[in-house]
Write a protein that binds this ligand. Structure first.
Ligand SMILES: [Zn+2]
Length: 258
């Protein structure tokens, strides 16, 4: 019989405007797994949306690299950038600009607020040396700290810091830093540093986005480039010009123009 209840969420492929509208949820970690899959499927097949995805990841990583930018400022910058990109996309007559600039953010804020209590219990601890978690300095003798979305972790030359939950682990050795994008999904914005990830992770870098589905991934990130090597398992790298699967034992160089 005909029903007025809302239809179940469609699993149809996203079009470009839907994909672009979903990007902010990717950065905030607010997307459900199924929506994430649909967005990734679109990005894999659409060079224009993928380019926008990488542009936004570059800004996000610039924020991650700059230790002086606090959480509130990072969110404000991300929001302003999103509005600018929406205004730029305003040449496309549908959906109307005001819908995208006002209603969509309000919707996302509500979505975010609803999702916050479901954050996981990802934690961080120093195995060696010290690190900063936001404003606090913490040492290897301290107990693990719970990670929240937007938290920034900065390490010193002599440090080794571990971020972990029940099924994944990310180790940062030496001087470096990152911002927690979504502790529940193990999504991180990487600054400089030497990282080793185990288990499913997602990393935003200035040169592309890395998705480790399983296994072990090593990343050596610098200011002007980086190097990624899959030790075992499966991972893929999304850049403006394409998506590539990483092959164990075959390192990939990241940098401007690549
Ligand atoms: Zn598209």
């Amino acid at each position: 019989m005909f029903s007025l209840r809302p239809a179940p969420r469609s699993a149809a492929p996203l079009d470009c405007s839907q994909a672009l509208a979903a990007l902010p949820g990717l950065w905030s970690g607010a997307l459900e797994l199924e929506d994430l899959r649909r967005l990734r499927a679109h990005l894999n097949g659409c060079a224009e949306c993928r380019a926008q995805y990488v542009r936004e990841s570059q800004t996000a990583s610039a924020i991650a690299r700059d230790g002086r930018v606090g959480r509130a400022e990072a969110l404000r910058l991300a929001r302003r950038r999103q509005l600018v990109s929406l205004a730029r996309a305003g040449r496309d007559p549908k959906p109307r600009l005001w819908v995208r600039t006002l209603v969509l953010p309000a919707f996302l804020i509500v979505l975010l607020a609803r999702q916050t209590p479901r954050e996981s219990f990802a934690q961080v601890e120093a195995q060696l040396g010290q690190y900063r978690l936001g404003e606090r300095a913490l040492f290897s003798g301290h107990r693990p700290q719970r990670l929240l979305r937007g938290d920034q972790v900065l390490t010193e030359e002599t440090a080794r810091v571990r971020l972990f939950d029940e099924s994944g682990e990310l180790t940062l050795s030496g001087a470096g830093g990152l911002v927690v994008e979504s502790p529940a999904q193990r999504r991180y914005l990487l600054g400089a540093g030497k990282f080793e990830a185990r288990g499913a992770h997602s990393f935003t870098t200035p040169w592309g986005v890395l998705e480790l589905a399983s296994g072990v991934l090593e990343l050596d990130m610098g200011a002007s480039g980086g190097r990624v090597e899959l030790r075992e398992g499966a991972a893929e790298l999304t850049r403006a010009h394409g998506v590539c699967l990483l092959v164990p034992g075959e390192p990939v160089t990241l940098g401007a123009g690549l």
